[in-house]
Write a protein that binds this ligand. Structure first.
Ligand code: G1P
Length: 291
């Protein structure tokens, strides 16, 4: 099996029900954090981690994603005519970012089913999958942290982070043994357990490195949590046949598909911006938060 991760899959067919009404007719992946859509953050992370080829799994009403990564002829023409060279370069860079293809998941039957749409794209290579509403703000790109572990152990890798208290039941959760600092060998995993049943406080974050045998496992997976084909259940099946690892990500993870998580991510990323940070900080300081 090839050992280089060149391909990445972005499931983006979900209905975004946690962010209605904004997501009624616009894809949640296009919600902007400051001035960049969520999916662009994840695509940039993938490219910075060495990914060359991307498949975005879309659905109905998701054409804004394709347009975003395409050339916008009229806009480019206008920016050129007006001498807005910097903006032109910024807009062009988005369409030059990577080789991107698209396929549609015709029905939203779950994350496992979405990833299954990448079967032909992946072929017999290992590949990454990234959920765009998980934004990981880290020094080393999150996927890169995982690729290093994949290259060392030559086995599938998932991202994990510690989640305290009842919030753990909103995630897939692993039962695992630490084999080196921040790297775990997984014993078992469960999708969205009740707090009392969670095997640990290690949540699965939306970054995965799969080997092609995941597709056969998905074929054998029956609907689980929420009546959907869950990727966690498919991984659990595969776990009987091969080792799986998890890496505790360095950095901060934001759930930008959730209203509060989105607000927090917006504030934190805006404060870090060179062009906006100082003014925004002054504005926040001026607020009377007790009012
Ligand atoms: C998905 C996965 C879950 C994981 C989560 C991370 O759930 O099924 O295992 O913990 O992403 O964001 P979702 O949030 O799509 O329901």
């Amino acid at each position: 099996m090839a050992n280089k991760i060149r391909k990445a899959v972005f499931p983006a067919a979900g209905l975004g029900t946690r962010f209605l009404p904004a997501t009624k007719s616009s894809p949640k992946e296009m919600l902007p954090l400051v001035d960049k859509p969520l999916i662009q953050y994840a695509v940039e992370e993938a490219v910075a981690s060495g990914i060359e080829s991307i498949l975005i799994i879309t659905g109905r009403d998701k054409s804004a994603i394709e347009n975003h990564f395409d050339i916008s002829f009229e806009l480019e023409q206008l920016l050129k005519e007006r001498g807005k060279d910097e903006m032109f370069a910024q807009v062009r860079a988005v369409s030059d970012i990577a080789k991107i293809s698209y396929t549609r998941q015709k029905q939203a039957l779950g994350l496992g089913h979405a990833i299954y749409q990448a079967k032909d794209f992946a072929g017999n290579e290992p590949f990454a999958a990234l959920l765009a509403d998980d934004i990981v703000d880290s020094e080393k790109p999150a996927l890169k942290q995982m690729i290093e572990v994949f290259e060392k152990y030559n086995a599938p890798v998932i991202a994990t982070m510690q989640v305290d208290g009842e919030a753990i039941s909103r995630f897939g959760v692993i039962d695992a043994d630490e084999v080196e600092p921040g790297v775990y060998k997984i014993n078992d995993m469960v999708e969205k357990p009740a707090y009392a049943d969670a095997p640990s406080d290690l949540a699965i974050i939306g970054r995965y490195i799969f080997t092609p045998d995941i597709f056969e496992a998905i074929e054998q997976t029956t609907p689980g949590s929420g009546g959907e084909i869950q990727i966690t259940d498919a991984m659990r099946l595969l776990l009987k046949k091969r080792p799986f690892y998890a890496v505790k990500l360095e950095g901060t993870r934001h759930d930008a598909g959730d209203k509060l998580g989105f607000l927090i991510a917006t504030v934190e990323l805006a404060l870090k911006r060179e062009d906006l940070g100082d003014e925004f900080r002054n504005y926040l300081k001026s607020l009377d938060l007790n009012a």
